[in-house]
Structures are given as structure tokens and as C-alpha cells.
Design a protein around this ligand. Structure first.
Ligand code: DMJ
Length: 458
């Protein structure tokens, strides 16, 4: 009898400690609520509208073509881009049945054993990021296996004389191409590769991605700025224009966030010295508001006054780093850019507010920034902005199947394209803006640049 109860006690202790282990390894980083509120529900139903169209017309493929109701595979053969990119949004929105079906599909069908040359940056942020956050949120080991397989197939990209990655790598042969790269493509790898190292115990991923980041940073100019194009074989700058826009943007984001996620002191130093240089040379206060301009990386001299949809990620980074003042002002400027034509264009000249590049690719950045600002300031101004964003999206971009990008925000002509980040980012940040604040603890979670939440479980 005694022996029996001792055995039972041991079994209970084992069970409890296994449960604790499981929670420790896959903590529930999200607080799901049955009733996230009416606006969050509206966003969720728009998400479902787009997701169901993807399922109906593009399932098993990378992306939906919303106007022709067909699909597009980036490399001829599918990598299930939208299915992977959307998984954690389904989970965060509490769409459990859909999430389970999606996860099972990925587990059973996704394969990287393909003779295709892929863009390291895109595959990293969308697929590796999506698989890692999916694993952390569900504990499904197959997702981690897929992530590790993908990570190994991407590693040859770092075999350049400088250690900075080539733009493309063949997933089967490891052959690389694209020596002319840029800071974003070189420096937007550490959150995913570092997380992969922490979760698998294989340090090579962290080391290669960090080495690339350091190699790039060490080539900054005397005044602390980087240019917009660099040769990864020679380490020489090809274009010395410096800005926070596409091609550089997430390099800065990853310096800050790698410090926050991994406690990496080198990243802290690199972020702090970079933001000092940015603060000194890029901001431009004009009568139309506060903007961030383009300058020469060596002289700091202004070379252009363009600002665009991609630049609008910066208020989020500023807010996350504690600079709420600049974050608020810059978001107000970006909001002017959005409301001038009803939807933001890809680029304007902020001195005249004239559109320079008229498309809207369903981008998330301005919404992401509104989310960070709302989270940290609790100011209802950002919910007002969010209401405008969702209304504009429904009005201008909702198509018969899913949502369509715009070729021109002035004529509202549509494009046959719904990028996977519309489900991974745009609608996720909109949902989080309206959902209860504690749905995600922004101080515990670090979003990769594709809005995949990563959490320190190690
Ligand atoms: C996304 O893939 C990511 O946010 C990336 O950092 C920039 N481009 C798109 C969204 O605009």
C-alpha cells in the first residue's frame, strides 16, 4: 500500500515536472480572449475573408492572385508562403480549427528539398520566422525540424569572403548568387538564426548571422551611417545613400531587437551608436511635419526628401527603444501621407506632399507603428488611426477574392497581388491594435520584421 502510494506520488511529481518543463519550453506567450471586442472581431472577419479566398484559389501555393482568382508561386515551385506566414496570426486570433488544419498541412507537405534559388532575406523573415514562432506557440516539433532543415540549407549563403550573405542560395545545391546586396538583406537574419540556435543548440546559426551583422556595421562611415548597396565579396559600398527606408530599414530594427531578445551586448552597442548617427543626420522638421530623409553616408549631406510606406516602420522602432516623442511626430507625418489620397502611396516627396511612387502593396508598417504607439502610450489617437486604416482597406482594396494591392492610390486601380505579409503583418497588427492590450506582452515578445512573435524560452 505504502509502496503503491509512493509510486503514485512519484508519478504525480514526474507529471507535474513534465508539465512545468513543457510550459517552460513552450510558454503561452499569448492571452486569448473569447471576446476581443467588436473592432477586433471585424478585423478577424476581414482576415478570414482573405484567408478563405487564399484557401479556395491558392491553397498549396505561395500567394493568392485576388483579381484573376488564381495563384502565384515565387520560384515556380511552391514554398507555401502564405500558409506559413499566416499560421501565428490564426493562432493569435483564436482561430484554432483553421490553425490546426494549416499546421497539419505544413507538417505534411512543406519541403525545402527543391532545386530553386531563393532570396535569403525573404525566405528567412517569412518562412524561418513563421516556422519558429509557430513552434514556440504550439510546441509542434515538426515545425522546428522544418526550421532547422531550412536554416541548414540557407547557411551556404554566408560563404562570401566577408561573411556577409549572398542574396540568393539554391536550397538543394547550396549554390549562391547576388554579390550586390544591401544592409537589410545582410542584417535581417539574427533574430531568426539566433532563435534557431537557441532552440536547437546548434550555435552555427547565431554565429554566422551575427558575424554578417558585425561585418556590415564595421563598414559604417566615419559619421556612423551605412549606405544602401554593398558588395559582399569586396565589402565595398556601391551606393552611399543612407536612409531608414527599404534596403536598410530592418538592419537597424534587428540591431535593437537582437539586443532585446538575446541580451547581446554587441548588438546593444551597435544599436546605440547607430541611432545616435540616425538622430543626428536623418530627421528633417518641415512645415509638413517631422520626416526622415536620405543623406550621403560619408558627409551627412541631404540628397533627397522622399519618404514612403516602408519608412513608416520607424515610429515602431523608436517607440520600442523609448523615444516616444520622435515616434509620435513621425507617425503623425506618416498618417498625413495615408490620408492625403485615402491610402498611403509607396513614396512621396514630403516637401510638396506629391506622390512620387503611386502603388500601395498592402503594406503594414504604418499600422505596426500605430500598434506600438498605442501599446506604450494608451492614447486613443492610435485607435482612431486604426479605424481609418481598416475602413480604407475595406473600401479600396477588398476584392471579390481576398484583398488586392493598388497600382495607383490616386486612381485606385488595383493590382492582382496579395502578398503573404498582408495576413502575417497588416491584419495581425490591426487586430492587436483593437484586441485587449494583454493579448501579447510587448515587453516579453519580440516581433521579427514579418510580425512573427519570438520569445525568449531559453
Ligand atoms: C515585409 O515582408 C516586411 O515587413 C519587410 O521588413 C518589409 N517588407 C514587407 C512589408 O512591407
Amino acid at each position: 500500500m505504502k509502496a503503491k502510494s509512493a509510486g503514485l506520488r512519484a508519478a504525480i511529481i514526474l507529471l507535474l515536472s513534465l508539465t512545468a518543463y513543457a510550459q517552460e519550453r513552450h510558454p503561452n506567450a499569448v492571452q486569448l480572449s473569447d471576446d476581443p471586442g467588436p473592432m477586433a472581431k471585424q478585423v478577424r472577419s476581414e482576415f478570414l475573408y482573405a484567408w478563405n479566398a487564399y484557401k479556395q484559389y491558392a491553397w498549396g501555393h505561395d500567394e493568392l492572385k485576388p483579381l484573376t482568382q488564381s495563384y502565384h508561386d515565387w520560384y515556380g515551385s511552391s514554398l507555401d508562403m502564405t500558409a506559413v506566414d499566416s499560421l501565428d496570426t490564426l493562432i493569435l486570433m483564436g482561430l484554432n480549427e483553421e490553425a490546426d488544419k494549416d499546421r497539419t498541412f505544413i507538417d505534411q507537405n512543406l519541403s525545402f528539398d527543391k532545386d530553386i534559388s531563393v532570396k535569403v532575406f525573404e525566405v528567412n523573415i517569412r518562412l524561418l520566422g513563421g516556422l519558429l514562432s509557430g513552434y514556440q506557440l504550439t510546441g509542434d516539433k515538426r515545425l522546428l525540424e522544418l526550421a532547422e532543415d531550412l536554416g541548414n540549407r540557407l547557411l551556404p549563403a554566408f560563404n562570401s569572403p566577408t561573411g556577409m550573405p549572398y542574396m540568393y542560395v539554391n536550397l538543394k545545391t547550396g549554390q549562391t548568387k547576388g554579390a550586390e546586396s544591401n544592409p537589410a538583406e545582410v542584417g535581417t537574419l539574427l533574430l531568426e538564426f539566433g532563435t534557431l540556435s537557441k532552440l536547437t543548440g546548434q550555435t552555427v546559426f547565431y554565429d554566422k548571422a551575427k558575424n554578417a551583422l558585425v561585418a556590415l556595421y564595421s563598414r559604417r562611415s566615419k559619421i556612423g551611417l551605412v549606405g544602401s548597396s554593398i558588395n559582399v565579396e569586396t565589402g565595398k559600398w556601391i551606393d552611399t545613400t543612407s536612409h531608414i527606408s527599404g534596403g536598410i530599414d530592418s538592419y537597424y530594427e534587428y540591431l535593437l531587437k537582437s539586443w532585446l531578445l538575446f541580451g547581446d551586448k554587441d548588438c546593444e552597442k551597435m544599436w546605440k551608436s547607430s541611432i545616435q548617427a540616425i538622430d543626428k543626420y536623418l530627421p528633417d522638421s518641415t512645415k509638413t511635419g517631422l520626416w526622415y530623409s536620405q543623406v550621403d553616408m560619408n558627409t551627412g549631406k541631404r540628397v533627397s526628401t522622399h519618404f514612403g510606406a516602408l519608412d513608416a516602420f520607424f515610429p515602431a522602432v523608436l517607440a520600442r527603444s523609448g523615444d516616444m516623442d520622435r515616434a509620435k511626430h513621425l507617425e503623425e507625418s506618416a498618417y498625413k501621407m495615408w490620408t492625403a489620397s485615402g491610402v498611403e502611396p509607396e513614396e512621396i516627396d514630403y516637401t510638396t506632399m506629391k506622390v512620387v511612387s503611386p502603388g500601395y502593396a498592402l503594406r503594414p508598417e504604418i499600422i505596426e507603428s500605430a500598434y506600438y504607439l498605442s501599446y506604450y502610450s494608451k492614447d486613443s489617437r492610435y485607435l482612431e488611426m486604426a479605424s481609418t486604416f481598416i475602413a480604407s482597406l475595406v473600401h479600396y482594396c477588398k476584392a471579390n477574392a481576398g484583398y488586392a494591392a493598388l497600382r495607383n492610390v490616386e486612381s485606385h486601380e488595383r493590382a492582382d497581388e496579395m502578398q503573404s505579409y498582408f495576413l502575417a503583418e497588416t491584419l495581425k497588427y490591426l487586430y492587436l491594435l483593437f484586441a485587449p492590450r494583454d493579448t501579447l506582452d510587448l515587453n516579453q515578445v519580440v516581433f521579427n520584421t514579418e510580425a512573427h512573435p519570438l520569445r525568449k524560452t531559453w
